[in-house]
Design a protein around this ligand. Structure first.
Ligand SMILES: *Cc1c(COP(=O)(O)O)cnc(C)c1O
Length: 376
């Protein structure tokens, strides 16, 4: 059997080990330390929109802290994109708040601004104004942030921008993660860059970011003894992980180019074939193409997403259906949902393809051989 081709595996640049070695040499093994500060600076320079950054243990931790910082409480309602990974919605449940799921729009596969407004109006009419809105940039494609922010401002509801999949994506040059009141990034092992596990919280408001750092380190008051006036969390990134992150930041621009190049190869090969569709960039939108994805219309193509997935599996090539929408998840059964059928359609017909920046020419050839058996 040929070696496994993964959908998205870690891809080191080369200098990561140096930063980690330095941490060993100076005994900065404990959490915090110079790599954490350096990584936060690298990120804030990269995002380049007057943003402050707190490096955390995961993106999920970032989303949880964002909700805490915005004062979301048990019983509150939070609007959340339905088409996403469960990590977007779980922190709402950690707090005891209630997710209200909103469907996607066809252009970007992300939160529909029209449905968002309809949901806000209906929730207010039912007596519970949502306390936050969480749009997501799926697979690196930016959500329609300008429209979403305009609606959020009109109803005075803060926005948590889940940019876990979209580091380096932008709209008219403005980076994803800098649109919302709070942005969240992830450096999990399968993301475009990784710290083996990690995340970050981003905000224009320096006070919010320093409060995030405070809560993420057990909320210790300024006192020689251990004193606490607030519930804290152990959510800070370690100095070792941040060392990996600093090395990864040196190759982020290259990784984006490589992922976009993989997407372009799929597009050149498959666009125009009967029943195969792509999510393309609206004017001014730039996707990091974290994952390349396609839609298969089985009636037109003569084969289904599942036929294709099983054929790849036989060749030891990993592919996956798109995220199963949150409104279809057993754990969120009974939650409010404002739908238009798009997320259901994406889940039925969508497939994530191998997209790693470390894919070789030979591996791409093996992938295209599988396609050839279907489309010729
Ligand atoms: C990966 C991911 C997260 C969670 O990030 P972790 O660092 O794995 O906790 C959140 N939201 C989305 C959309 C993700 O893809």
């Amino acid at each position: 059997m040929s070696a496994k081709i993964w959908m998205s595996s870690p891809h080191m640049g080369g200098t990561e080990e140096q930063y980690v070695k330095e941490a060993f040499a100076t005994n900065w093994i404990a959490p915090l330390g110079p790599n954490v500060n350096g990584f936060e600076q690298d990120l804030s320079l990269f995002l380049n929109h007057d943003c402050h950054v707190a490096a955390l243990s995961s993106g999920t931790a970032g989303l949880h802290l964002a909700l805490v910082l915005l004062g979301v409480k048990a019983g509150d309602e939070v609007i959340c994109q339905s088409m996403t990974f469960s990590a977007t919605a779980n922190p709402i449940a950690y707090i005891g708040a209630r997710p209200v799921f909103v469907d996607s729009e066809a252009d970007t596969w992300n939160m529909s601004p029209e449905l968002l407004e309809a949901a806000i109006i209906d929730r207010i009419a039912k007596g519970a104004k949502p306390k936050a809105i969480i749009p997501v940039h799926l697979y690196g494609m930016p959500a329609k942030m300008e429209e979403i922010m305009a609606i959020a401002r009109q109803y005075d509801i803060p926005v948590i921008e889940d940019a876990a999949e979209a580091l380096g994506s932008s709209i008219n040059g403005r980076k994803c993660g800098t649109f919302g009141d709070i942005g969240v990034l992830s450096f999990n092992g399968n993301k475009i860059i990784t710290t083996s596990g990690g995340g970050a919280l981003v905000s224009h408001n320096e006070q919010v970011v320093s409060e995030a750092r405070f809560l993420a380190t057990q909320a210790r008051d300024a006192a020689p003894h251990y004193q606490h006036s607030k519930i804290g969390y152990n959510y800070r990134m370690s100095n070792l992980c941040a060392g990996v992150g600093r090395g990864q930041m040196e190759v982020l621009a290259t990784r984006i180019e490589q992922r976009r190049n993989i997407y372009n190869q799929y597009y050149a090969k498959l666009n125009g074939k009967k029943g195969i569709g792509f999510v393309t960039e609206p004017d001014g939108f730039f996707s990091n193409r974290w994952l390349s994805t396609i839609l298969i219309n089985p009636a037109e193509a003569g084969f289904s997403r599942e036929d294709l997935r099983l054929a790849f599996e036989k060749e030891n090539i990993e592919t996956r259906p798109l995220w199963k929408p949150m409104h279809l998840q057993p754990v969120f059964e009974g939650c409010a949902y404002y739908g238009n059928g798009i997320a259901d359609q994406l889940f039925a017909d969508g497939l994530c393809l191998p997209s790693g920046s470390n894919l070789t020419e030979d591996e791409m050839k093996r992938i295209f051989d599988v396609f050839d058996a279907f489309i010729n």
